[in-house]
Write a protein that binds this ligand. Structure first.
Ligand code: PLP
Length: 403
């Protein structure tokens, strides 16, 4: 069957295609989609692949639903006032995720920077251009040692000093007049000694704003409101992970006044720390539409689909003697049906590193994750149907490596 896109592609390779449309030789031309016939990635020699890994920044995050790219395209057609758009979209997002106020940022990392910048200056516009020089302002952010991952660097952009603690007692001792904010990494909730609710409680006790980085933490969808309701003053999510919005967009959610303060650091204002973190009208709108789709979709049906896909790949791998696939769901962050492929390397003579490379080099190319011990697979970032290709390739490679 020839799809419209293929038809268009073929037509566009003919000379004088325009005149064909004019002659009535091609009927229904007006209804044909204006999808690009060019394969830009191919032209550039850039490899595309089946994403069996998950939402990885290096793998360009997630794929946007068509309604999101339609919204982005729509936004290209008119001028609007950037602040007015952010104001209105912020209200709409706050409604969708049941919080006080919200704004679209250039990703979760910039939401962290903007959120802290707003905490540091408040609504004092005189202070805004001073950052990252914090003379006369609070200059410390406290976090648990176990919550220190690379993304905490987004806090350092504001010129603060990071103070690391482990216990509640250490936390309360560390709090002083220079403490601006208490930062929390949701993905490590169960790793640190102080859990989310207690973190909020301490923040409230001392009147210090708390921030929860939930960048990769949907599903479940409830997380979009769970932590603002719990009492975190600010919460951020990535746009281009589970929500499947633009990769360079994100959400800052929380207290209205803090978000208004954060906005003072954002474009169009030029003499600010955040001027280089501009989100355009296309992605602001794309982010909103992605969120609308995300909160209203059938999450149960989607979960069932993922489980079925994982089961299929599991069964294909398990059919090879010596292979022991393990199904699991991470507690928090990338909380989706997942698979760990392990095997007896005396019987199946390939290492996990070699297996990942073999999947990558195949046609189509398939990206997976893992380490020296296992190959990790998720299906939530795949296009439906691709799980069959992955199951087949996994089996082929493992079968072929049998000694
Ligand atoms: C991905 C991630 C970020 C960065 O998110 P972006 O939207 O890419 O800026 C920050 N924190 C955590 C925990 C993440 O997983």
């Amino acid at each position: 069957m020839i799809t419209r896109r293929k038809l268009l592609k073929n037509l566009s390779s003919l000379p004088l295609v325009g005149s064909l449309f004019g002659t009535g030789l091609v009927t229904g031309a007006a209804a044909l989609p204006t999808a690009p016939a060019r394969d830009y990635f191919k032209e550039l020699g850039v490899r595309t692949f089946i994403n069996a890994a998950g939402t990885y920044t290096a793998m360009t995050g997630s794929l946007m639903p068509e309604a999101v790219s339609d919204a982005i395209k729509f936004a290209t057609g008119d001028y609007v006032n950037l602040d007015e758009l952010q104001d209105k979209v912020g209200e709409r997002i706050a409604e969708l995720v049941h919080c006080d106020y919200a704004t679209v940022t250039t990703g979760a990392a910039s939401a962290i920077t903007f959120g802290l910048a707003g905490v540091l200056t408040g609504l004092d516009e005189g202070k805004v251009p001073q950052l990252p020089d914090l003379t006369g302002m609070k200059n410390q952010v406290i976090m648990q040692k176990s919550h220190e991952i690379g993304y905490a660097h987004a806090l350092l952009n504001c010129g603060v000093e990071l103070i690391f603690i482990e216990t509640r007692k250490e936390l309360e001792n560390a709090i002083n007049d220079n403490t601006a904010m208490l930062w929390f990494l949701n993905a490590h909730n169960f790793i640190g000694k102080i859990r989310d609710e207690e973190w909020v409680e301490v923040g409230k006790k001392y009147g210090i704003p708390t921030f929860n980085d939930c960048a990769a933490d949907v599903p479940p969808v409830e997380n979009l409101w769970k932590y603002t309701k719990m009492g975190f003053d600010l919460v951020c999510f990535s746009g281009g992970k589970g929500i499947r919005g633009p990769q360079s967009a994100g959400l800052l959610l929380g207290k209205r006044e803090l978000i208004q303060a954060a906005r003072l650091h954002a474009p169009p204002r030029g003499n600010t720390l955040g001027r280089g973190m501009k989100v355009n009208k296309e992605e602001i709108l794309g982010m909103l539409v992605a969120l609308e789709i995300y909160v209203t979709k059938n999450h149960q049906a989607e979960w069932k689909l993922w489980e079925g896909q994982i089961q299929m790949i599991h069964d294909a791998a398990a059919s090879v003697k010596g292979v022991k696939p393990i199904k699991h769901v991470p507690d928090v962050a990338n909380h989706v049906p997942s698979l760990k492929l392990r095997w007896d390397q005396d019987r199946v003579k390939i290492t996990p590193d070699e297996m990942r490379e073999a999947l990558r080099r195949g046609h189509p190319s398939i990206e997976t994750v893992g380490d020296k011990e296992y190959v990790g697979i998720t299906t939530w970032m795949m296009q439906p149907g691709q799980e069959r290709t992955v199951a087949r390739r996994v089996k082929e490679i493992l079968e072929g490596a049998k000694g």
